[in-house]
Design a protein around this ligand. Structure first.
Ligand code: DOR
Ligand code: ZN
Length: 443
């Protein structure tokens, strides 16, 4: 426990807090939005305001979700920056990094500015962005100042003759390259093979081999470009995670994440929930899911993200396979799910880091940890039973593949930069409170 001779801070948050991998009874002093002290309660600095986490409550850092889709622009009917960030807030997430596959696709500075306007006006939590593969690679030289952490690449991008050039520019600019790892040729041929496409067969239409092959090829590309930092997001198979670890052992600067649905849900859900369970990469057969769960348990992934991908329920209930958009919301359930699994003894305590400190490190953020000098982003969770219900989500996507799951932990308070932003389900900050956090210069 660190002690400082501060006599006064703006706010004290007191209770059992997750500090350096364990829960300790302490007082966290926040001054000007930053964690200024972590002391025993008896020697805490004085403060005008105090928030106390009671007996059945715990304090954890604000979560960092490095892969979300806030939609907005022409897809505001699916989600917008207010409803999406409200979902984040209710899930104890204080920073999100938003994907570029909007309508229109965000692959230029001018389009990014359109998104930024909406985020500025509406966000309730802090945020940053990824850019799509730009037409003009030179624009990558200026985007950090606009809150861009990296470039997100989709399967079709792997066919581009400019892929290596892009990797080189990202290396020069210190931008992260984030991969959706599914090989487009393997997916295409699997799709051609299955003449009648049914949602129950989604996992066969996008086979395991597609993910492995994409990871293999991309690692090879990375080994040929000096100094590029890359991240494989939403890996759905342990073999892919192993490939990334092998890449690390070759000296590559690579990291990866998986999502709660690849840890906990299997392809049989496609028969039960049909389009609601359609997501890319797909949910896998049971034995694979167990392995992914164990990889999180063993902390061999660097992060957990939700890939919060909202669509309207009516879109997900369409009968034709090709017309069902992939993805589902995840922000409101991830932290409560993790806390419940930790409580049951199924995951170690340190898994909290995978959804906070881990992604914050990858992005280079001063968030996601209860440490001096970090942003005063804190979440109070309470041991209280509740049941996940899609129609109760703040997201415009009123469904979830976790429908009916009974959880033991609930998010009750969220502080962002020392300001109470959510209290017992009630939003306490105005829209636009969320701030654009620009990446620290690492280049
Ligand atoms: O399931 C998915 N949904 N996978 C993606 O790659 C995109 C995402 C979306 O934007 O809906
Ligand atoms: Zn996504």
């Amino acid at each position: 426990m660190e002690e400082r001779s501060l006599s006064r801070v703006d706010l004290i948050v007191e209770g059992k807090a997750y500090v350096e991998g364990r829960f300790i009874e302490c007082a966290i002093g926040i001054d000007e939005g930053i964690i200024a002290s972590i002391t025993k309660p008896s020697i805490a600095p004085r403060a005008e305001h105090k928030v106390i986490a009671k007996g059945n409550e715990l304090i954890v850092p604000g979560m960092v979700d490095m892969h979300v889709h806030m939609r907005g622009l022409e897809e505001s009917y699916k989600e917008d920056w207010l409803t999406g960030t409200m979902s984040a807030l209710r899930g104890g997430v204080t920073f999100i990094c938003d994907m570029p596959n909007n309508k229109p696709f965000i692959n230029s500075i001018s389009r990014l500015k359109m998104k930024l306007d909406e985020a500025r006006a509406n966000a309730l939590v802090d945020y940053g962005f990824y850019l799509g593969f730009p037409e003009d690679l030179n624009e990558l030289r200026q985007v950090k100042g606009l809150g861009v952490y990296g470039v997100k690449l989709y399967p079709d991008d792997y066919r581009s003759a400019r892929l290596y050039k892009l990797l080189r520019v990202c290396a020069e600019e210190g931008l992260l390259v984030v991969f959706h790892a599914e090989d487009p040729d393997i997916v295409d041929s699997a799709m051609r093979l299955h003449k009648v496409r049914k949602v129950e067969k989604h996992h066969e239409l996008r086979p395991e081999a597609a993910e492995h092959e994409a990871v293999r090829k991309l690692l090879l590309a990375l080994s040929e470009v000096q100094g590029v930092r890359a991240h494989f997001t939403h890996l759905s198979l342990v073999e892919s995670i192993r490939q990334v670890i092998y890449g690390k052992m070759q000296g590559l600067s690579v990291t990866c994440d998986t999502c709660p649905h690849y840890m906990l849900l299997d392809a049989s859900l496609l028969t039960k929930l049909k389009g609601i369970a359609k997501v890319n990469p797909p949910l896998r057969p049971h034995s694979y899911v167990r392995e992914v769960f164990n990889s999180v348990k063993g902390m061999i992934v660097d992060a957990i993200s939700t890939d919060h991908a909202p669509h309207l329920l009516e879109e997900k209930l369409r009968s034709s396979y090709d017309e069902i958009p992939p993805g589902f919301p995840g922000l409101e359930v991830c932290l409560p799910l993790l806390m419940t699994l930790i409580d049951k003894g199924d995951l170690p305590l340190q898994c909290i880091d995978l959804y906070s400190k881990g992604p914050a490190r990858i992005l280079g953020l001063g968030k996601g940890s209860i440490s001096i000098g970090f942003d005063g982003d804190l979440v109070i969770v309470r041991k209280e039973k509740w049941t996940i219900r899609g129609n109760e989500l703040a997201s415009k996507a009123k469904f979830t593949p976790f429908e009916g799951w009974e959880l033991k932990w609930k998010v009750v308070k969220v502080l962002i930069r020392g300001v109470l932003a959510l209290d017992e389900g009630e939003v306490k900050v105005g829209k636009g409170y969320g701030r654009l956090i620009k990446p620290l210069d690492r280049a």
